[in-house]
Write a protein that binds this ligand. Structure first.
Ligand code: NAD
Ligand code: TYD
Length: 368
């Protein structure tokens, strides 16, 4: 048996593939376009491993996807591939529509054709697992209950609107054609191989370089944080025992304000990699940094910034007995340590294109 993973060179996808092949012998076909967010180096430990078959290509390339399905005959497709960064979706929504909406549509069509032609037993066992986000539900007030699976879809950003559209397509392909789909909606992930455009890795790499830690607006926006390994475990469990046609919320019960998250990272770095011992200087003033919190800088807020996300994950806990293994403290400590242990990875992902993005998003001051 084989599974087909899309987007398996990105942050969550590569963690999923690495964990999967650590735990199973079942081969993985990994289809990834290698956009700026895809990085084959994440999968370097699988070099020469016959169980991992990497394919450089687009989920929207129907002929390619059809060929891969016919050749490898997977028992499941796990769909991670997406454009995933809200700020990039604000600057340029087109790629989000192309990959998240059109790409998912084409993938669904190729999978439907393949699935329709399968023998009955294989058809019954087949799964299309669609990896989605809590952001499709919109924004909560401070005292609202967390999002349940039944919460109305109210996406606010081009990113979340494109993910919501893809969720609807997946649902419709089940309802209309009987494709055996399951959708998961997860809260904010963090952990190894996280591209440093997102909050947690950006703060770690900027702090170590003495660069400003750009907090949008008042920093009081709330996110629910889940360690990426826990998300991957939840997806494995849903694949194994989730009910077809259902959606499952996945969350960490870790609501934190952004400012709180940034301060916690600074304190962890103070303990694990003290700035004075590393000779870190503030790139703006040249002054030695004593404590990383000195680098926190409030910057212009994100347009349409969602105030709060929170997940009610009781369904997956009750039905599938999944629970996160990491607390926010244990997961964040592991994550900070991973970045400290992988300076070469960090240096290599900060390419010219990365620097151009930082300049565009934060301007000269935050780039320093
Ligand atoms: P990411 O941006 O790190 O990785 C996305 C991967 O998809 C990259 O390897 C990229 O090269 C690939 N890709 C993009 N367009 C493609 C295309 N057209 N064809 C093939 N491959 C393509 O994203 P991530 O953070 O790993 O997120 C993975 C999935 O999980 C996404 O669907 C995202 O919406 C969802 N999700 C993410 C989070 C989070 O906190 N990061 C939370 C919940 C859900
Ligand atoms: P992000 O990691 O981009 O995830 P998402 O927008 O999908 O939740 O951002 C997490 C939170 O951190 C979000 O409220 C925006 C905020 N943020 C900052 O304050 N500064 C930054 O430089 C970034 C990238 C995000």
């Amino acid at each position: 048996m084989t599974i087909l993973v899309t987007g398996g060179a990105g942050f969550i996808g590569s963690n999923f593939v690495l964990d999967w092949l650590r735990l199973h012998d079942e081969p993985v076909v990994n289809l990834d376009k290698l956009t700026y967010a895809g990085n084959r180096e994440n999968l370097a430990s699988l070099e020469g491993d016959a169980r991992h078959h990497f394919v450089h290509g687009d989920i929207g390339d129907r002929a390619l996807v059809e060929r891969l399905l016919a050749e490898h005959r997977p028992r499941a497709v796990l769909h991670f591939a997406a454009e995933s960064h809200v700020d990039r979706s604000i600057h340029g929504p087109e790629d989000f529509i192309q990959t998240n909406v059109v790409g998912t549509f084409r993938l669904l069509e190729a999978v439907r054709a393949y699935w329709t032609a399968l023998p009955a037993a294989e058809q019954a066992a087949f799964r299309f697992l669609h990896v989605s986000t809590d952001e499709v539900f919109g924004s909560l007030g401070p005292h609202d209950p967390p999002f349940a699976e039944t919460h109305r879809y109210e996406p606010n950003s081009p990113y979340s609107a494109s993910k919501a559209a893809s969720d609807h397509l997946v649902h419709a392909w089940h309802h209309t054609y009987g494709l055996p789909v399951i959708t998961t909606n997860c809260s904010n992930n963090y952990g190894p191989y996280h591209f440093p455009e997102k909050l947690i890795p950006l703060m770690i790499v900027n702090a170590l370089a003495g660069k400003p830690l750009p907090v949008y607006g008042d920093g009081q926006q709330v996110r629910d944080w889940l360690y990426v390994g826990d998300h991957c475990a939840a997806i494995r469990r849903v694949l194994q025992a989730g009910r077809v046609g259902e959606t499952y919320n996945i969350g960490g019960h870790n609501e934190r304000t952004n400012l709180d998250v940034v301060r916690t990272i600074c304190r962890l770095l103070d303990a694990l990699a003290p700035a004075p011992a590393r000779g870190v200087c503030d790139v703006r003033s040249g002054a030695p940094v004593q404590r990383y919190e000195q680098l926190i800088t409030f910057v212009t807020d994100r347009p349409g910034h969602d105030r709060r996300y929170a997940m009610d994950a009781r369904k997956i806990e009750r039905e599938l007995d999944w629970r996160p293994a990491e607390t926010f403290d244990s997961g964040l400590r592991k994550t900070v340590q991973w970045y400290l242990d992988h300076p070469d990875w960090v240096q290599r992902v900060q390419s010219g294109a990365y620097r151009a993005w930082v300049q565009r998003q934060y301007g000269q001051e935050a780039l320093a």
